[in-house]
Design a protein around this ligand. Structure first.
Ligand SMILES: [Mn+2]
Length: 347
């Protein structure tokens, strides 16, 4: 069976690009000839968004060559129990629902706060008669991520679970949601694979770089990331060394040109010290990355270069500091003298 896995769409009525992301995922599903699309929670950002978007979304979920199985997450947990028509069946049955496809099963657990011993027991016993078992879960895994990587809410209140506990359940694949920042695939001690696809669209600047869904081929036992054409944020930080201004421009040009045609918003921070006109250098940066937001923090240090104090230092530098460390020491001194000059502490 070929499964495309995603989660955390956070569809919002005031962010059209989230609905576009859903369309991209459905298109990816068709082009990858999948049998099943799985969505592990937080389809909607809030109940209000689910309410507003329902009629529009309903049509999108219908008429596909593949099945769709979804579970509620902590953001949209209760809306699915109210009998509305979303165009897809979101599993809200406790303890869990077992969907089967020939000799395989997909066990879907609707979002709950804590993995109680009863829930873990039910998950362990669900669908054990099938050859391949896949579990859908909205959870916080113990792999040392920053709490802010789990979307805006963070925290460990959301079904915290360890790899050890999941290993015990003996699933072949655990297709999870709740972790936003990037795609993470981990092998469990049991041999099973744990998959966080990351949010399929950047919801904030905490989620950087192109977004992915994950394709699971259960027959070939192959798991691959599928890059999505959805909106993302990205950023680049460059520290310029005096005399290496053109290298900085080249680095920016290379990075920018790879992303230029993408659906993204780019932020570039250029800091450090330069041996050239501040205005001219800014213009070159803007030319290299015209659509990016630029934080320009460079300082022209030409006045320092001709300062007697710096000249004396430069002579000593060659004698007393080995070649390897010379550039970084030079940089620190240039920066310090420049600040002293700016503060009027040097004549
Ligand atoms: Mn989420």
């Amino acid at each position: 069976m070929r499964i495309l896995h995603t989660s955390d769409l956070h569809l919002r009525v005031d962010r059209k690009e989230t609905v576009d992301a859903l369309k991209s995922i459905l298109e990816a599903g068709a082009s990858k000839r999948i049998d099943l699309l799985t969505i592990s929670g937080d389809i909607f950002h809030s109940e209000r968004d689910a309410d507003a978007l329902r009629p529009e979304i309903r049509g999108l979920f219908g008429n596909h060559s593949f099945d769709i199985i979804a579970i509620p997450g902590n953001h949209d947990g209760t809306i699915f129990t109210k009998g509305f028509d979303f165009g897809l069946k979101v599993n809200t049955d406790f303890p869990c629902m077992v969907h089967h496809f020939n000799n395989e099963c997909v066990v879907a657990l609707p979002y709950v706060d804590t993995p109680s011993p009863e829930i873990l027991r039910d998950l362990k016993n669900a669908g054990t008669e099938y050859e391949t078992r896949t579990l859908l879960l909205h959870c916080t895994l113990d792999i040392g991520f920053g709490l802010d990587e789990y979307g805006e809410e963070g925290g460990l209140r959301y079904f915290p679970i360890t790899r050890e506990m999941l290993s015990e359940l003996q699933y072949d694949y655990i297709l999870a949601g709740h972790f936003h920042s990037r795609c993470e695939i981990r092998k469990l001690k049991s041999g099973g694979l744990f998959v966080y696809p990351g949010s399929p669209i950047s919801h904030s600047t905490k989620e950087l770089g192109p977004r992915h869904a994950v394709l699971v081929d259960t027959e070939k036992r192959k798991v691959t990331q599928v890059c999505l054409p959805t909106f993302y944020f990205d950023k680049l930080e460059i520290t310029v060394i005096p005399g290496k201004e053109s290298e900085a421009i080249a680095q920016l040009t290379d990075w920018y040109q790879k992303k230029e045609a993408n659906n993204c918003k780019l932020n570039v921070t250029v800091k450090g010290i330069i041996r050239t006109d501040e205005n001219k250098f800014r213009k070159s940066l803007e030319k290299a990355a015209p659509q990016a937001d630029l934080d320009y923090l460079c300082r022209d240090v030409r006045a320092v270069l001709s300062h007697p104090l710096y000249r004396r230092f430069k002579k000593k530098l060659k004698k007393s500091v080995d070649a390897q460390r010379r550039t970084s020491v030079d940089y620190v001194v240039l920066e310090s003298i420049s600040l002293l000059l700016a503060g009027g502490e040097l004549e």
